[in-house]
Design a binder for this molecule. Structure first.
Ligand SMILES: Nc1nc2c(ncn2[C@@H]2O[C@H](COP(=O)(O)OP(=O)(O)OP(=O)(O)O)[C@@H](O)[C@H]2O)c(=O)[nH]1
Ligand SMILES: [Mg+2]
Length: 179
């Protein structure tokens, strides 16, 4: 599986949280922008997952297609940062991926990371509203029956602690039956 989304949205933070969940630790940390990729193998409830976390800035983004066209991607975990003023470019990237031929068999799991910059206050309803709006936009694209492959969560990656079962429920989405 592959973690994508524009730069500074929290992809590597998410990866770190996932790894920590298996080790049952929770530590504060500062992430550096990813140049290239991070790769880990994670075994959760006897399922082994290979996870790629790619850098999301302009330069790194040009290399995403090499990864998803070469690897057999079962799940795209897509991170959108909701407090970002303009989330449109990140939404547009997601739509491009959903229309990508080599990802047409992949499932998408969208995570809305929501972290406050100084001076911002967390108003859950506002961000839920924003997330719902994005979801409705994505569902306008019926090409690959996106609604059946689509699920989303709103979390603050720094505040939340992931348990193994949280991570399992995200990762196992790649093979779970969907009604
Ligand atoms: N407070 C807070 N800070 C966060 C959260 N998620 C990410 N950050 C911070 O935001 C910055 C970017 O996070 P990363 O996880 O490196 O983002 P990324 O998407 O991997 O970025 P690129 O590798 O550049 O594409 C880091 O300084 C993180 O510490 C969060 O949930 N809360
Ligand atoms: Mg990163």
């Amino acid at each position: 599986m592959i973690i994508l989304g524009l730069d500074q949205t929290g992809k590597s933070t998410l990866l770190k949280r996932m790894v920590d969940s298996v080790r049952s630790i929770r530590e504060d940390f500062q992430m550096e922008s990813t140049n290239g990729f991070n790769y880990i193998n994670l075994t959760i409830t006897r399922n082994a997952y290979s996870i790629w976390d790619l850098g999301g800035d302009k330069v790194n983004k040009d290399f995403w297609n090499i990864f998803y066209r070469t690897l057999n991607i079962k799940l795209v975990i897509y991170v959108i940062e909701l407090t970002e003023e303009n989330i449109l470019p990140n939404l547009q990237e997601l739509i491009i991926l959903m229309n990508e031929e080599s990802l047409k068999e992949s499932r998408f799991y969208v995570i809305f990371n929501c972290f406050m910059k100084p001076g911002q206050t967390f108003v859950k309803d506002d961000y839920t509203q924003k997330a719902k709006l994005i979801v409705s936009r994505i569902k306008e694209y019926p090409i690959y029956r996106i609604n059946e492959r689509f699920q989303y969560d709103i979390i603050d990656l720094h505040k939340s602690t992931f348990t193994e079962s949280d991570v399992d429920s995200i990762l196992s989405y790649s093979f779970k039956d969907i009604d």
